[in-house]
Design a protein around this ligand. Structure first.
Ligand SMILES: *Cc1c(COP(=O)(O)O)cnc(C)c1O
Length: 395
């Protein structure tokens, strides 16, 4: 290259896709803070605080709780490779892309995987899982709490008890749920849970919070074989994040700053208020979309507030619409993945992105995009419907 690359100057965007979401300005400021060494006593305090905050958002007392240096998928891999030894049986519930990914990860780790399937957009009833556990008697059951490819929310009640009845460990993907809807690790009796920073926590991508129950820790201690991944072996990473502070790898300091600040924002808002905020803006968005005749891809009663997957209306072109939203309004929404490619849009209302400004701007921008493509829609109806939801709230 004989020319200097230009100064970095990305356009400002409103991130309303499946993640990353908009990062709170306070998190960006935390990231501009000078580095300390990763074994500096001050940083060790920051690590402890981050772990305590993670226990708060995960609603757990688990001591083995820390952020893996990697994105959400690294969290998935960490949970799988530590619990699974070659030849172990694992049941994975698949109703979308992320369940499929978990199958792939588990098979690569040497698990003998049984796939339990449901149609995309649907969820798993407890009875169906019970039948499978009775037949397979797996060591681990893997399930996605918030399936980002379909917008479906898996009910968790009774699942932990059911798994333990069959001596099975419960592994849960909460990448899209943590910080947006209740994730109750201890009440669920979940054994291994992972998440990511760039969805409802509204930090950049780069860390994967994980937590392991004492039951999971005992299972890991009883392993006959070494964990196949050196980097993701929690028995070693634990010595780094635990009392010993034994050097394993260099924690991405700036990302820890970011996560700590993002978690502080969650704590300041309070979990209940944060969940209520996600529900409110989802209801306003949903009212607006249904005024335009746009329907949800996930079954009624199990729709995620933070990820609205909707069928693309007839007459609208997927790419044209998303390009107009991006180029004319700076709004990013997501297209469909896998089976839903070209069929759904995924509108995220995650963390800092989950605000009335964004809902109202998006609806009016979408109306314009649809009108320009010749769709017959009742002009202004979506904004009126969303405002009606907002006006029912005390100001
Ligand atoms: C985004 C996502 C992942 C993967 O996270 P990355 O940060 O992209 O690696 C896994 N599971 C679910 C449910 C997700 O939404």
């Amino acid at each position: 290259m004989n020319q200097l690359a230009g100064e970095l100057n990305p356009s400002s965007r409103i991130l309303m896709g499946p993640g990353p979401s908009d990062v709170h300005p306070r998190v960006l400021r935390a990231m501009a803070t000078p580095l300390v060494g990763h074994l500096d006593p001050e940083f060790l305090t920051i690590m402890n605080e981050t772990q305590a905050l993670l226990r708060y958002v995960f609603q757990t007392q688990n001591s083995l709780t820390f952020p893996v240096s990697g994105t959400g998928s690294a969290g998935m891999e960490t949970c799988v490779v530590n619990l699974i030894e070659p030849g172990d049986r694992m049941v994975v519930c698949v109703n979308g892309v992320f369940g499929q990914r978990m199958v792939d990860v588990a098979q690569r780790a040497g698990a003998e995987v049984t796939v339990l399937e449901r149609p995309w957009g649907d969820v798993f009833p407890l009875d169906l899982i019970r039948d499978t556990l009775r037949k397979v008697r797996p060591k681990v059951l893997g399930i996605v709490h918030a399936e980002t490819s379909t917008g479906a929310c898996q009910p968790m009640d009774g699942l932990g008890e059911l798994c333990h009845e069959f001596d099975t460990l419960l592994l849960v993907d909460t990448v899209t749920s943590l910080g947006g809807i209740p994730v109750e690790v201890d009440r669920w009796q979940a054994d291994a849970v992972y998440s990511g920073t760039q969805k409802c926590l509204s930090a950049p991508p780069g860390l994967a919070p994980v937590t392991f129950s004492s039951r999971a820790v005992e299972t890991i201690q009883r392993r006959k074989t070494k964990v196949q991944s050196w980097y993701l072996d929690v028995t070693m990473v634990q010595r780094y994040w635990g009392q010993e502070r034994f050097y394993h790898h260099t924690a991405p300091i700036t990302m820890i700053y970011a996560l700590r600040e993002a978690l502080r924002l969650v704590q300041e808002e309070g979990l209940e208020r944060r969940f209520a905020r996600h529900r409110l803006h989802h209801q306003a968005l949903k009212a607006g979309l249904s005024a335009l005749g746009i329907r949800y891809a996930a079954v009624e009663g199990h729709q995620l507030p933070q990820l609205n997957a909707v069928w693309i209306p007839a007459g609208a072109d997927d790419l044209t619409t998303r390009r107009m939203l991006l180029e004319q309004f700076g709004i990013e929404i997501g297209g469909g993945l896998g089976d839903f490619k070209g069929k759904v849009w995924r509108i995220g209302l995650m963390g800092y992105s989950c605000r009335a400004n964004n809902v109202l701007l998006f609806l009016s921008a979408l109306e314009q995009c649809l009108l320009r493509q010749g769709l017959k829609i009742p002009e202004g109806a979506s904004i009126a419907a969303a405002n009606q939801v907002y006006c029912q709230q005390p100001a």
